[in-house]
Write a protein that binds this ligand. Structure first.
Ligand SMILES: CC(C)(COP(=O)(O)OP(=O)(O)OC[C@H]1O[C@@H](n2cnc3c(N)ncnc32)[C@H](O)[C@@H]1OP(=O)(O)O)[C@@H](O)C(=O)NCCC(=O)NCCS
Length: 152
């Protein structure tokens, strides 16, 4: 794929599911994670539900889906407006290093701004040097550390 030429970034539509699902599966594999199919079904349906504060952008190159980026808008105790959490970013191995990931982050930022969000933020594993090489170019690492406590 040539560097970022002809990249078409747009919200994923219900008809895009067959193109999206292999990338979603590869992303979950990357995290060694298995999701019940019902959760994938629900997540997919939420992307196209205007009542849900979630969205998915796809980057298309020559008719093929080269990458996806999912986000969630939410309230904040620190803002009158919303914040936008970029939850998932994945580009296909064959399209990496050509600006697809960067373009998806920029498009998500634009969509979040348009939706009234005051901030876009995301997290990654400290050892994900590839992702961090990109993130260090487009955002600031503020030094926060993420903790998790499963509740189920
Ligand atoms: C992380 C990921 C999304 C990056 O996507 P990408 O399409 O390759 O990213 P880009 O091509 O837009 O890279 C943007 C910048 O990062 C740099 N970069 C990308 N991969 C790099 C690498 N392996 N080493 C060094 N720099 C790299 C590029 O040089 C580019 O810099 P530039 O625009 O100033 O030239 C992709 O590698 C991926 O899907 N990885 C597996 C899943 C994952 O880790 N997702 C993120 C989880 S938080």
């Amino acid at each position: 794929m040539p560097a970022n030429t002809g990249l078409d970034i747009r919200p994923l539509a219900p008809a895009d599911r067959a193109a999206w699902e292999p990338l979603w599966k590869a992303y979950l594999d990357f995290y060694d994670h298995v999701l019940p199919p019902a959760v994938t079904d629900l997540t997919w349906s939420r992307f196209s539900d205007p009542a849900e504060p979630m969205g998915a952008l796809g980057a298309w190159s020559d008719g093929a889906l080269a990458g996806v980026c999912h986000h969630v808008l939410h309230r904040s105790t620190w803002a009158a407006g919303t914040y936008c959490y970029l939850e998932d970013l994945f580009t296909t191995p064959g399209s990496r290093g050509r600006g697809v990931g960067r373009a998806l982050i920029e498009a998500t930022a634009a969509a979040a701004r348009e939706a009234g969000a005051e901030k876009l933020y995301w997290q990654t594993h400290s050892g994900n040097t590839t992702a961090r090489a990109l993130y260090d170019r487009v955002a600031r690492h503020e030094g926060f550390v993420v903790y998790e406590r499963p509740l189920t």
